[in-house]
Design a protein around this ligand. Structure first.
Ligand SMILES: Nc1ncnc2c1ncn2[C@@H]1O[C@H](COP(=O)(O)OP(=O)(O)O)[C@@H](O)[C@H]1O
Ligand SMILES: [Mg+2]
Length: 243
């Protein structure tokens, strides 16, 4: 299938230090891919490049085959922390930075979708961490992206909230037919949400391994408990003995 997004990072350096080399990743339309790897292996650097926030690299980012530079309305990015402006209301945060005049109908539809109807006039300080991340998701969807990039988006919330946010992500990915690239440390989260899991290495180079998750989406969490992929992934991460 033709890739919707194609990342080809020949080289990414900070000063003399190379963090990515020869790393290629293709996202098919509607495909959800999780990226797992130890801290410092370059996951956030890769997402910054994919989002067009970092142009200092050798290689290319292609959307439907065409090379792009800089940010793109069809590519949304969600960080670990919600990054809301504290002085703006929820509604204002959602539309902030979008080029066109605010679309109140779309804002209220998105608020409903993320389970925050009635919170439009609230300020970020009135929200819980999970609610604030829901606003960030609504903001990420506002410009109707085709691709959503998420950098450890649920790491800062408690386990229950995390599961609910995972369900929300699964739902919006399905409803908006998004291609998703999700950076996570959580193998269960990757198994629950993604079609494919890509492992990165501390050594700059191509992906260390890739796993196809065969279960159809949406998934039952219980099914994943018996997935034979988990030990294979742990093995691949050389993490079996550390747990
Ligand atoms: N702006 C920067 N300047 C210098 N080094 C950086 C910068 N951003 C990240 N790094 C370094 O690059 C490596 C990869 O970082 P990062 O992409 O954040 O990894 P990950 O998200 O996988 O933890 C790390 O060693 C980090 O310290
Ligand atoms: Mg990171």
């Amino acid at each position: 299938m033709t890739a919707l997004l194609e990342l080809g990072v020949d080289e990414k350096r900070y000063g003399t230090r190379t963090v990515l080399r020869g790393f290629h990743l293709r996202l098919a339309p509607g495909e959800v891919v999780s990226l797992i790897g130890a801290s410092g292996c370059g996951k956030s650097s890769l997402l910054s490049i994919a989002a067009g926030l970092d142009g200092q690299y050798r290689g290319s980012v292609r959307l439907r085959g065409g090379a792009i530079r800089g940010t793109h309305a069809e590519i949304g990015l969600i960080f670990q922390e919600p990054r809301l402006f504290p002085w703006l209301t929820v509604e204002q945060n959602i539309v902030f930075g979008a080029p066109d005049a605010p679309d109140a109908g779309r804002v209220s539809a998105l608020l409903e979708e993320v389970g925050l109807s009635g919170f439009g006039k609230s300020l970020p300080k009135q929200l819980s961490g999970g609610q604030a991340q829901r606003v960030a998701i609504a903001r990420g969807l506002y410009t109707r992206p085709r691709v959503l990039l998420l950098d450890e988006p649920f790491s800062a919330v408690d386990a229950f909230t995390r599961m609910r946010l995972q369900d929300l992500l699964a739902r919006v990915a399905e409803q908006h037919r998004l291609s998703v690239l999700l950076v996570t440390h959580d193998i269960d989260e990757a198994l629950y949400l993604s079609d494919r899991i890509v492992l990165m290495d501390g050594v700059p180079g191509p992906a260390r391994a890739e796993f196809e998750v065969d279960h159809t989406r949406p998934r039952e969490r219980a099914v994943l408990a018996t997935s034979t992929l988990k030990p294979a992934i742990l093995e691949s991460l050389h993490a079996v003995h550390a747990i």
